[in-house]
Design a binder for this molecule. Structure first.
Ligand code: AP5
Ligand code: MG
Length: 213
């Protein structure tokens, strides 16, 4: 099972990818998480990526595509994977299609989680994440059992730096400009599945599983 998750920043890609990954027993690969791990570790890649991420821009394809293709060539990806946040530009999608075609493979589906911009802004303002295990919460919609503490691993929750309101607006603009055209790209390749991302955690997951069949 090779899946792609499309959707605006804050649409719930990370939240649903975790569940899909457990359901199908495939790795969850988030380019955003890989960049954040590199920033935390102070690597050269992290330093370069941080500059773009903090202003809500995309990290250049030259830094992103080879990193992702290398990741999906690893042993744990032989029975599939779920890509969260990649591809994000038409050139990234074309490189992925070509790389898979060279091995006689293709993705099974691209899931687009649809959420209007107004809802996104409210979600990002309330998001809190775990810096250790990556779990994501929302102060109102999905609060942790104990305020400010991760249910899964007990770490202190933080606010992502790129969730500052002005950065969220740039990320949304970047999404509409550079990533939204992928919906048409995957529709043209007969891979697109659209899901309503506003219905709540469980209903969104159920709709995804039902539509994947
Ligand atoms: P990335 O980390 O991928 O961020 P993003 O796409 O902006 O998306 P988010 O992680 O913010 O949101 P999400 O859709 O995962 O939502 P979540 O589940 O957390 O990328 C960060 C940056 O890295 C980019 O800006 C770019 O610079 C760079 N980058 C990454 N990949 C790249 C690439 N391929 N090319 C170039 N640059 C790249 O949910 C959001 C909130 O809503 C949470 O609080 C959650 O609890 C809540 N929530 C989720 N679902 C629901 C629901 N159904 N109902 C109510 N609340 C919900
Ligand atoms: Mg995410």
């Amino acid at each position: 099972m090779k899946l792609i998750l499309l959707g605006a920043p804050g649409a719930g890609k990370g939240t649903q990818a975790k569940r899909i990954s457990q359901h199908y027993d495939i790795p969850h690969i988030s380019t955003g998480d890989i960049f954040r791990a590199n920033i935390k570790a102070g690597t050269e890649l992290g330093k370069k990526a941080q500059e773009y991420m903090e202003r809500g821009a995309l990290v250049p394809d030259a830094l992103t595509v080879d990193m992702l293709l290398d990741r999906i060539s690893q042993d744990d990806c032989t029975s599939g994977y779920i890509l969260d946040g990649f591809p994000r530009t038409i050139p990234q999608a074309e490189r992925l299609t070509e790389a898979l075609a060279a091995m006689g493979e293709d993705i099974d589906a691209a899931l687009d989680i649809e959420v209007p911009d107004e809802v996104i802004v409210e979600r990002m303002a309330g998001r809190r994440v775990c810096p250790d295990c990556g779990s994501s919460y929302h102060v109102v919609n999905i609060p942790p059992k104990k305020e400010g503490i991760c249910d899964v691993c007990g770490a202190q929750l933080i606010t992502r730096r790129d969730d500052a309101p002005e950065t969220v607006l740039s990320r949304l603009a970047t999404y509409h400009d550079q990533t939204e055209p992928l919906i048409e790209y995957y529709q043209g390749r007969d891979k697109l599945i659209t899901v309503d991302g506003t219905t709540g955690l469980d209903p969104v997951f159920e709709e995804i599983i039902e539509k994947l069949g």
